[in-house]
Ligand binder design. Structure first.
Ligand SMILES: *Cc1c(COP(=O)(O)O)cnc(C)c1O
Length: 461
C-alpha cells in the first residue's frame, strides 16, 4: 500500500514512512493511493467479533508489509488493554433509532485514545526495530495532548512536546498534561489560541533542517495512522446495529475533521453509511462551507466544547483532495489562497461534498439545553462536544439507526455540566487522584525560534 500527498509533489511513502513523517514535505497530508474495499460478506463476517479482531481485519490492508500479522495483532492488543470497558466502544440507546457510541473508556477519557494508544505501540515497535529516536511535537486544543502523553510517556526512544493554548483548555485537560512525572514528557503552554499552536507546529515541520536535526515526528490528527485507527469503530458499531444488511447514519462532533474523515473512509471501504453529519459548535466554518461553498476563516470564539474551537480544519484537505478528483495541484492552489483568509470551492467539488456530507451547528445555549434535556429524559450526562452532536443528530433522524459519536467523558468538562444540570458529573477514581499532584509546565511565547531552542535544549540525546 502506497501513500500519496494531497498536494501532489512529495514522494509517495509506505505506511510506516507516512506514519513517521506526519505532514508531507510539500505541506500536504498523506492518503492511501487507493482505498481497499470490503464486500458485504466480509463485513457480515465481523459480526460477533471482539473490537481487537475487527481492528485487525479492517486495518490490515492499509499497513502493507510494515508488520507481520502476529506483530500487528500484538500491537492492537497492547493498544486497547488499558481501556476500562470490555467492548472498548460500547453503544447505548438515547431514543428511538438514536444511539450513542461511547468512545471515552480509554486512559484519558476521550476518543483520541483510540488512535493515540495504537500509534504509541506502532511507533515503539517501529523505532525499536530500527534502533532510532524521535521527538514528537503535537499541538492540542485539549484532548490530543493528554492522549499523546499517555501513549508515549516513559517510552525510551521518544521525547514528547505538547503545545496547548495557555488558558484555553479545561483544568482537567491541563492537569492530564502537566501531572505525568515521566522525564520524556514536556507540556508547553503557548500564548495564543489553538490555531496559533497549530501554525507554529506546521512551521517546525516546514523547517527541514530543524525537522531532520531533532528527528521530528508528528502525531496530530493529520497523521494517517490516527485516521486509520478511527475507522475501526465505525465498522464495529454499524455491524452491531445490523450492517451490512441495514444502513446506518453517523453524526460526529467535528473540529479538525479527523474523526468524520475516518467515517468517510469506512463508507468508501463499503460500509453502508447513509448520512455522515458534521456537527459544529459556534465555530462553524465547515457548516458554512457546505452551505455557501466558501471556506472562509473567521475569529475563533471560545466555547464550552474547546476541542472543536478551530477555524482551519486540517483534515478537510483530505476530503477536498477526493472532491477535486485527487488533483494535488488544485489543492495546493486552494491552500495558497487560504493564506489570505478564504477560498471558493468549485461547483463540481461542492456538489460532491454535499452528496457525501451533511452538517449542522449548535449554539452555546442549544448545547447546554441538550445536556440538561438528555439527563432528564435518558439519565445520560453528555460532555459538551457530544451534546453539540446530539442536538444536530436529532435534526437528521430517519428510518435508519443514527449513531452519534460520544467523544469525551462528561467529567472532563465539569463547568459545562454544572451550568446545565446544576451538579457535578461523577469523576472516575483514577481522575480524582490527579487533582492533588504537582504540575510541570513551561509557558512559551507564540514564536518559532523560541520553540525550536526549547526543543533542542530539553530533548534527551
Ligand atoms: C478532538 C475532539 C473532537 C473533534 O475531533 P476532530 O477529529 O478534530 O474533528 C471532538 N470532541 C472531542 C472531545 C475531542 O477531543
Amino acid at each position: 500500500m502506497k501513500y500519496v500527498s494531497t498536494r501532489g509533489t512529495a514522494p509517495s511513502l509506505s505506511f510506516e514512512e507516512a506514519m513517521m513523517t506526519g505532514l508531507a514535505r510539500d505541506g500536504g497530508l498523506y492518503v492511501p493511493a487507493e482505498i481497499p474495499v470490503m464486500s458485504p460478506e466480509d463485513i457480515a463476517g465481523l459480526a460477533g467479533k471482539s473490537y481487537e479482531e475487527i481492528a485487525f481485519i479492517v486495518m490490515r490492508p492499509f499497513i502493507g508489509d510494515a508488520f507481520t500479522d502476529e506483530e500487528f495483532k500484538a500491537i492492537i492488543a497492547r493498544a486497547y488493554e488499558g481501556f476500562r470497558h470490555e467492548a472498548r466502544a460500547p453503544l447505548v440507546q438515547l431514543g428511538p433509532n438514536h444511539f450513542l457510541l461511547e468512545l471515552f473508556h480509554g486512559p484519558t477519557l476521550a476518543f483520541k485514545d483510540f488512535a493515540m494508544q495504537l500509534i504509541g505501540q506502532l511507533f515503539q515497535a517501529s523505532l525499536m526495530r530500527a534502533n532510532k529516536r524521535v521527538t514528537i511535537v503535537g499541538a492540542t486544543s485539549g484532548d490530543t495532548g493528554s492522549a499523546a502523553i499517555e501513549a508515549f510517556r516513559g517510552l525510551s526512544n521518544v521525547d514528547v512536546f505538547i503545545l496547548f493554548p495557555h488558558g484555553r483548555v479545561s483544568d482537567i485537560q491541563r492537569k492530564q498534561m502537566t501531572t505525568p512525572e515521566d522525564a520524556n514528557v514536556h507540556a508547553l503552554a503557548m500564548d495564543g489560541d489553538f490555531d496559533d499552536c497549530q501554525a507554529r507546529l506546521k512551521d517546525m515541520f516546514n523547517d527541514f533542517e530543524f525537522r531532520d536535526g531533532v528527528g521530528l515526528a508528528g502525531v496530530n490528527s493529520i497523521n494517517w495512522a490516527r485516521v486509520l485507527a478511527q475507522v475501526v469503530y465505525y465498522f464495529s458499531s454499524a455491524v452491531s446495529l445490523g450492517a451490512p444488511h441495514r444502513e446506518v447514519s453517523f453524526t460526529v462532533p467535528t473540529g479538525n475533521f479527523g474523526d468524520i474523515f475516518a467515517g468517510y473512509i469506512a463508507k468508501k471501504m463499503g460500509l453502508p453509511v447513509r448520512e455522515l453529519v458534521i456537527a459544529t459548535n459556534q465555530n462553524d466554518i465547515l457548516h458554512r462551507t457546505l452551505e455557501t461553498g466558501e471556506y472562509a476563516k473567521a475569529e475563533t470564539i471560545p466555547s464550552m466544547s474547546p476541542s472543536m474551537d478551530i477555524q482551519v480544519s486540517s483534515n478537510f484537505e483530505r476530503a477536498l483532495f477526493d472532491m477535486y478528483g485527487r488533483d494535488g495541484g488544485a489543492i495546493a492552489q486552494l491552500m495558497e489562497e487560504l493564506k489570505s483568509g478564504s477560498f471558493k470551492i468549485s461547483q463540481g467539488a461542492l456538489e460532491q461534498l454535499r452528496e457525501t456530507f451533511t452538517s449542522g451547528r449548535a449554539s452555546e445555549e442549544e448545547c447546554a439545553d441538550t445536556i440538561r434535556d438528555m439527563e432528564r429524559t435518558t439519565g445520560e450526562i453528555l460532555c459538551p462536544h457530544t451534546a453539540v452532536a446530539v442536538k444536530v443528530a436529532k435534526e437528521h433522524l430517519s428510518d435508519v439507526p443514527m449513531i452519534t459519536l460520544s467523544t469525551a467523558h462528561p467529567a472532563k468538562f465539569p463547568d459545562a455540566v454544572i451550568a446545565a444540570c446544576g451538579h457535578y458529573p461523577d469523576l472516575p477514581p483514577h481522575m480524582a487522584e490527579m487533582a492533588d499532584k504537582p504540575e510541570r509546565v513551561t509557558r512559551v511565547p507564540n514564536d518559532l525560534d523560541a520553540l525550536k531552542k526549547l526543543v533542542h535544549e530539553r530533548r534527551a540525546r
